[in-house]
Design a protein. Structure first.
Length: 121
């Protein structure tokens, strides 16, 4: 069975009006991950953070941050974001604006997520 985001959002709106749909973005090491510090990587990290700052100001990212245990242990998971968008496609498009994702240093895995309406901005 294939996931239909529009149909799922409609079902939630009708059957569970007390719930809201957000999109959980899990950032993982990508195929071009090296783990080697460099001036280029520092500049890319600054652009990555600036992009999330921009998305936050637009109201599209409500929470964002690294996973400390994974960072400390060199794990595959790097961070989480919660997107507030009208669709899965929009969340995917916003994740694709991340410079780290664009070059394959990170990959973004996005999942629709239900939460009590009003729990997040």
């Amino acid at each position: 069975m294939r996931y239909d985001d529009r149909a799922a959002r409609e079902r939630v709106a009708v059957a569970m009006p007390h719930m809201a749909v957000y999109y959980l973005c899990i950032l993982k090491k990508g195929p071009r991950w090296t783990g080697v510090e460099s001036p280029e990587l520092e500049a890319l990290q600054a652009a990555h953070l600036a992009n999330f700052e921009r998305l936050g100001k637009l109201g599209k990212v409500v929470l964002n941050g690294p996973l400390l245990d994974q960072l400390e242990a060199g794990g595959e998971l790097r961070g989480l974001s919660i997107f507030k968008t009208a669709s899965l496609a929009e969340a995917q498009a916003l994740a694709a604006t991340d410079p780290m994702v664009n070059i394959g240093h990170l990959v973004a895995e996005i999942h629709p997520w239900m939460i009590r309406a009003g729990a997040l901005p």
